[in-house]
Ligand binder design. Sequence first.
Ligand SMILES: [Zn+2]
Length: 515
Amino acid sequence: MTRAAEALAKFKTIEVGYDLTKLTDDIRDALPHLIAALDVVTDIYLRQQDERLPGLWKKVMAGADEEKKRFYNRFKGPWDQLSDYATVYPDDLPDRAKGCAFYPDGMDAAALEAAFAKLSAAEQEKLRDTYTVVRKEGGKLIAIPYHEYHRADLERLAGHLKKAAALVKHAGLKKYILNRAEGLLTGKYPETEAEWVKLTDAPLELVFGPFEVYADGVLGLKSTYEGFLLAVDHEKGARLKEIENNLDKLNAAFPMPAGAKPAVGGMAPMVVAHELYASGEAYHGIMTSAFNLPNDPWVRGNVGWKQVMIYNIMQAKFKTCTSVIAKRISEGRITADFDPYFFFVLMHEVSHGLGPAYRADGTKVASAIGSAYTTVEEAKADTGGLVLLLKMGGKYGVPAFGKRPLLDSFFAGLFRSMRFGVHEAHGGANVIEYNWMKERGVIEVKPDGSFETHDANFAKAADDLLEELCRIEAAATPDEAAAFVKKWAHPGKDILDALEKLKDIPIDITPIYTR
Ligand SMILES: [Zn+2]
């Protein structure tokens, strides 16, 4: 197998469906223009990674090497995301540069910092801005704003958006599309991001522009272009609204040790949506199944943000990876369903806002238990999510599922997370939950190393774990919290052997969108 074929095989191609007849005619007519606009987002992302890539991309796409076309399209370049962006086509381009094309060739962090230090504060501010590229002119570093540097592409982008906006009837969405196009052309980002956050009754979530800074491995400053086109699920949104309106009643499921107080304000605004298209950084390698945007601190502080859960992408991942994992390690005994899993993930997010947030002495839980906090908090969010579904199902907007489907979807999710690493906070939290449930007889390891689940003790075991985690958050010293994590987050041979069996199951999906 070629290196490209090997990398592609880790992603299973699957259709992520959506019933387009649920959209109104004007929106359906606007889709091709919106998709064309998002393809320009990809063009910008290509150039942000390497100045030579846009030309190379055209040559590859016009060529006859089908595997190469698939690879370039899937990874948005010749680099394998899962191998730290090593090149798979060394005759095309070398490994992706640590600073992509944000900085002058060959300048590392130390060289940049040294050069920045010689300049005025105003110049430095522009060079460090997340929306500029840094270039050398006459031996001096200069900052060029994205809206100037990518002008030609951004004008094409605006052209497609204007055609889309002319068709869209929803007044707020129409205005946002036009303002965002103008905002990207003039460098006014936060204003139009705020407009997107406030737009809560539109049929689409249309998110595009420079957002994340993961690609800048040199200074971690520069943002890359990405685009999401999503259909909003207003039915599931209504359920979320009901959950949001009943947070105080849901908090009653969390043991609150004496004096501890929950967070005020409650839940982050959540949206459930279905992906119709993604582009730029959002369609390269591992697909995003949820995002929380924008990142701009002014918008987050003054207007807020949206947490978007992408239902059909999560469903496709679940079908090709998570449920296959559960079947494999249980010798076919455990069949996990998607809906309980989806609402478990949703209630995990709700649970982050419930339970102890402040201690009796007023200190924040987040700063009171030291480095164990993220692992304990992730375990609390998972366990709280389980307890809410088990105790409150059928009330306050929480859907009702049986104990058995909940347990089996939860079990599948444990191994899904542990597969991505048992030592970071999410993986560690899942090891804690696994070990706890195993000790209570909820998870059984058979002599051949396969697994079975038993629901008799499930609700009680979840209650007890939640009580312990809330006690740690409200009262434990950093040493006690660390000792708890050390005891429970240790992956045994049973876990490691099981993970070994999953090597050939796809890591992720390659989505094909409904047309
Ligand atoms: Zn979490």
